[in-house]
Design a protein around this ligand. Structure first.
Ligand code: AMP
Length: 216
């Protein structure tokens, strides 16, 4: 039976970075709802067109659209041994839907690392964040700068700032998180799945804590 790990935490806390490291180590599939939406946006699919208006405003894409997309993604063969969910679920309705879809595969959510940081740290982190065009490698102008400004160390592609990482949208995204996603902390704590990790530490330390907790 596949292992399902849900990475929970506010925007900018480093879920994407940690998910990539974990996926490399475990060979589980990294399923990021935000990345799938961005891919659809880039390819101008119908899904991308629907998602765009919400993403531009820092709002959540409607549950039915998001749930359908994730259901489709996790039924792919590369999800057979395990999945690291990054950015999904983000509402109680999505968490319920996830529970139902996993029970169809005879599975369940195994663990929910909850990575935390204060709002001013999140704003600083998101504001300085740059991603590479080719594969989404993530840098920060202060905390993890690329060797050459504007160029990805790994694949040489151009670095850019996500539209929704601009200051105007960041505050809105944090507000949406506090309003709609925070209830999931109690939801998963109540199920005994949640463990909290201080996301203000260095990336390597967060990974270390994450791995130690997942082993337990
Ligand atoms: P992220 O990269 O996870 O911060 O996601 C970027 C944007 O994609 C969010 O601000 C939302 O507009 C949309 N999005 C990502 N995941 C979800 C989700 N689980 N539910 C609804 N909207 C989402």
């Amino acid at each position: 039976m596949a292992t399902f790990i849900v990475l929970l935490g506010p925007p900018g806390v480093g879920k994407g970075t940690q998910a990539k490291v974990l996926a490399d180590m475990t060979k589980f599939a990294h399923v990021s709802s935000g990345d799938i939406f961005r891919e659809n946006l880039k390819n101008q699919t119908e899904l991308g067109k629907v998602a765009k208006s919400y993403m531009d405003k820092g709002e959540l894409v409607p549950d039915d659209v998001t749930i359908r997309m994730i259901r489709d993604r996790i039924s792919h063969p590369d999800c057979g041994s395990g999945v690291i969910l990054d950015g999904f679920p983000r509402t109680p309705a999505q968490a319920d839907a996830l529970e139902k879809m996993l029970s169809e595969f005879n599975g369940h959510v195994d663990a929910v690392p909850y990575i935390t940081a204060t709002e001013d740290i999140l704003i600083e982190r998101i504001g300085g964040r740059w991603s590479c065009r080719a594969q989404g490698h993530i840098y920060h102008q202060k905390f993890s700068p690329p060797k050459q400004a504007g160029v990805c160390d790994v694949d040489g592609s151009e670095l850019f700032q996500r539209d929704d990482d601009k200051v105007e949208t960041v505050a809105k995204r944090i507000h949406v998180y506090l309003e709609q996603t925070i209830p999931l902390v109690d939801y998963y704590r109540g199920k005994g799945k949640l463990f909290e990790i201080d996301g203000t530490q260095a990336v390597e330390q967060v990974t270390e804590k994450l791995l130690a907790a997942l082993k337990r």
